[in-house]
Design a protein around this ligand. Structure first.
Ligand code: GLY
Ligand code: MN
Ligand code: MN
Length: 439
């Protein structure tokens, strides 16, 4: 877990970027999924990033227009034994004041009456409209009341901005504490992939493999899977977000496993490995695997400061397409295949995404036509794949697919950190070379 100073430093930076805008950042709420049962609580990552506070419904105010000592205010659920006996421990106002470096804390039920006071003197409000419907009416009403009084008060918050560009720009660049956590999340995730490859045998169910992976996540004290683990044998691997995980793994199948853990402070791993369950690639499986591995390694070599995620994607894409042309699954020259998107029945996703507190982490990839440059401290996935099935029509001018290729889905995904001069592959402990996958 983070030292409280980690959150304090982030708040200072956030406050300085807010200028004289009042920031309102709500915690997540519990979500019901059937009758009155709730999903396990998952904190809002923006809220977590600034507070390190893991209870639902809280609201954090960041008030750079107020004097020091009144700039960070946390509204929290009250201590209430009759509620805690059902849903567990709450810190309450006193606990928060003593343990979380907040400057002021109130019971949540005081927010409607106190919000107006805290907005007084702010030039504007930084609040993400559309994401917090339970809170939005109160905020708009309070803001409107300030505007109503403007002729006599002479001062009111005049505009509302989204805090995301500030916060997400901060979250995109990981500091040394975060890097250490990301290393751990990737390491535990990689260990699980190694374990499951040793365990998997023909005749098992996909769910047996899922259980092995997720048991390791829990054994290591993480919260469990960061997202619905994908354990897809044979043709199931051609469904990108396959999560049924309930089919038998047959002799001769490849198994694609896309799984990563989420640490107790929400940093995530996101790794995909594909291997032959009987320990031997078929000729076609091997040909495709080699293309994807080559594409992935070429793309990872492009991850360095000054390059950008678009170039990383394009390098992987060109490599995949040229390999697919070599084996006859595509025809034409690489550039025109790209221009006509004539590969999209075989490769239909981007090559990666930012990774952090969210699996598909926040942060811009481009600003208009400008592709954001990679900088040390950014973490992204590199995850090319090929999925050969009948699900999508073959684009005009491209060859029909021979039966021997169908039902092969392969993706190889690593988590990579941009370093000062190149890259650190955080998930390197999960083997991906052919020689390591065969037995
Ligand atoms: N596991 C989701 C993804 O790879 O993007
Ligand atoms: Mn991914
Ligand atoms: Mn993944």
């Amino acid at each position: 877990m983070a030292d409280p100073s980690v959150f304090c430093r982030r708040r200072d930076i956030f406050l300085s970027h807010l200028g004289s805008y009042a920031g309102i950042i709500p915690a997540a709420q519990l979500v019901t999924h059937h009758a009155d049962c709730e999903y396990p609580f998952r904190q809002n990552s923006d809220f977590w990033y600034l507070t390190g506070f893991d209870e639902p419904n809280a609201v954090a105010l960041f008030l750079p227009h107020k004097p020091k000592g009144e700039q960070y205010v946390l509204f929290v659920l009250p201590k209430e034994s009759s509620a805690e006996v059902w849903t567990g421990f709450r810190w309450g106002v006193k606990g928060v004041l003593n343990n979380f470096d907040v400057e002021i804390s109130h019971n949540l039920n005081e927010l409607p009456t106190l919000l107006s006071h805290y907005l007084e003197g702010a030039e504007g409000i930084a609040f993400r409209v559309g994401k917090h419907p339970h809170l939005e009416p109160l905020i708009l009403k309070t803001w409107s009341e300030h505007l109503q009084k403007l002729p006599r008060s002479g001062f009111a918050p005049l505009s509302m901005i989204a805090p995301c560009p500030i916060l997400h720009d901060m979250r995109l660049r990981k500091d040394s504490f975060e890097i250490q956590r990301m290393r751990l999340a990737s390491k535990i995730s990689a260990e699980a992939h190694e374990l499951v490859r040793g365990f998997a045998r023909p005749g098992m169910n996909e769910r047996d493999l899922q259980a092995t992976i997720e048991k390791h996540f829990l054994d290591k004290g993480t919260r469990g899977p960061a997202y619905g683990s994908i354990v897809a044998a044979g043709d199931n691997a051609c469904v990108l977000h396959y999560t049924a995980n309930n089919a038998q793994v047959k002799n001769g199948d490849l198994v694609l496993i896309d799984a990563g853990c989420s640490l107790d402070d929400y940093y995530n791993g996101d790794i995909t490995r594909t291997f032959p369950v009987n320990g031997k690639f078929s000729e076609e499986q091997k040909a495709l695997y080699e293309i994807i591995l080559g594409a992935q390694e070429a793309a990872i070599r492009c991850v360095y400061p000054g390059n950008n995620a678009e170039n990383v994607h394009m390098v992987a894409l060109k490599h995949l397409i040229s390999g697919l042309v070599d084996i006859g699954l595509l025809v034409g020259d690489v550039d025109s295949i790209i221009e006509q998107e004539a590969y999209s029945h075989l490769y239909m996703h981007r090559t990666g995404h930012w990774l952090g507190l969210d699996v598909h982490d926040v942060g811009a990839y481009r600003l208009g036509d400008y592709h954001l440059e990679l900088e040390p401290g950014m973490v992204l996935t590199v995850e090319p794949g090929i999925y050969v099935s009948d699900r999508l029509a073959v684009p005009k001018g491209q060859p029909e697919i021979e039966a021997k290729w169908k039902g092969i889905g392969i993706r190889i995904e690593d988590d990579v950190l941009v370093t000062n001069d190149s890259v650190e592959v955080l998930s390197k402990d999960a083997a991906k070379q052919l020689i390591d996958l065969e037995r």
